[in-house]
Write a protein that binds this ligand. Structure first.
Ligand code: ZN
Length: 419
């Protein structure tokens, strides 16, 4: 089931909310290449981001194309229609060659009992003791477990199949990269669940190249991982073992790999991820988005003058609209309102004070993760400033671009790839 467009082994999803950082982002991949690591750049933007900002999918491709030309990038690159569903996919069809089919909302809706019976009838190997090479332990799945897992996920996977076929009808079979995401849901998927989900994907004939499960622990926006790192490492290793097994067993594309959503800034799990990838010789897609928007703010603050003034104004407005900005992200942020600086405090800050509070440097005593998370969800405020914000990005381009590149390369690619 190998598709015609294959995603590179290691790929970096990047979000460019205001379509001004594609070149600075691509520069991080150029640096990796110079240091011997091949990183495929993927620009992702969800329907939710387009709606908040008021942008169109074609703008993502245009910005990427310009960056690719300016930097003379000769290797593959892709445009990801992130978190699309049947009702939102159509406007992405022309400009995207990568589709993240989001079926998280359908998890728990049950498929027909005939479909569940049929699936379990086809897969007697998924019940009992399942020995997966290189997994930490054999999986023990009872018939009741298998029925529960099928009832929980089969409908969602059937829906992913429907959306895949809708895209394939328009673009041609295998002429795009298919990801399925299940991360925006309440409970994580365990490795045995992932195995059954992959068998279902194969049954739907989805040429799946990346899958984004929900992992154990919290993946808050723009800040470090919160959870049991040992448990994460064990499950991540088992997920890789499951994927390698499912590729062979169910004839899924041999490029199939994990996609880590909200993957930016999870510094404490990068070393465990790197060890696991090395052990399994596996690839990875790591999806980032808002981390680059925060670097825009850092760049504005670092430039001082009007740039710093606008960054402070955006914070003051974000504070005024805190509840409204946080509501859509309630499950992926943890902000303690008491630890947020007041607008008066921030208005007295110099460049260095603003930058130290915002930049994700855990060794810096002035770093404030609450301040950072509020600004992470505050991009709507910058969008409302319209041209004034965009012009400021242009006049502070040097400091903004430097921060965007450094963040992706030094804090993300280097630890993930061991550069
Ligand atoms: Zn996601």
């Amino acid at each position: 089931m190998n598709p015609k467009i294959n995603l590179g082994k290691f790929s970096l999803g990047m979000g460019d909310r205001f379509a001004h950082q594609a070149k600075a982002q691509l520069q991080a991949c150029v640096l990796a290449e110079k240091n011997g690591a091949h990183v495929t750049p993927v620009w992702n933007k969800s329907n939710r981001e387009h709606t908040i900002i008021g942008s169109e999918p074609a703008s993502v491709r245009a910005a990427a194309q310009k960056a690719v030309k300016e930097l003379g990038w000769k290797k593959p690159w892709h445009i990801d229609a992130d978190h699309i569903r049947l009702e939102t996919v159509d406007k992405f069809l022309d400009s995207s060659d990568f589709f993240t089919i989001d079926v998280a909302d359908s998890i728990g809706k049950s498929a027909s009992s005939e479909a569940i019976e049929k699936f379990l009838g086809h897969h007697p190997e998924l019940v009992g003791k399942i020995v997966i090479p290189n997994a930490s332990d054999a999986f023990k799945v009872s018939r009741a477990d298998a029925e529960r897992i099928a009832a929980k996920y089969l409908f969602a996977v059937q829906e992913a199949g429907g959306i895949y076929r809708h895209i394939a009808e328009k673009k041609g079979d295998g002429k795009f990269i298919t990801e399925v995401s299940m991360d925006e849901t309440d409970s994580p998927q365990t490795p045995p669940e992932l195995l059954m989900i992959l068998a279902m994907m194969a049954g739907e004939k989805i040429p799946l190249q990346t899958i984004a499960p929900k992992f154990t622990g919290r993946f808050n926006k723009g800040v470090d991982y919160v959870g049991d790192i040992k448990q994460f490492e064990k499950e991540f290793n088992d997920d890789l073992a499951v994927i390698a097994y499912a590729i062979r067993e169910y004839n899924l594309p041999d490029t199939l790999k994990l996609s880590v959503h909200s993957g930016s800034d999870k510094f404490s799990i990068y070393a465990p991820i790197r060890r696991a990838l090395q052990k399994f010789e596996a690839g990875l897609h790591i999806k980032t988005a808002g981390t680059s928007w925060l670097e825009e703010l850092i760049g504005l603050a670092e430039a001082g003058g009007e740039g710093l003034k606008l960054a402070k104004e955006i914070y003051a407005d974000a504070l005024d609209h805190k509840d409204e900005l946080c509501a859509p992200y309630a499950t992926v942020i943890d902000i303690d309102a008491k630890k947020l600086p007041t607008r008066e405090q921030v208005s007295g800050w110099n460049s260095q004070q603003f930058v130290s509070a915002l930049r994700h440097d855990q060794k810096c005593k002035d770093f404030n993760p609450h301040f950072r998370q509020l600004l992470h969800v505050g991009f709507k405020i910058a969008a409302k400033k319209g041209d004034r914000y965009l012009k400021m990005l242009e006049s502070c381009e040097d400091s903004v671009a430097r921060n965007v590149t450094t963040n992706l390369y030094d804090r993300h690619l280097k630890p993930l790839l061991g550069l």
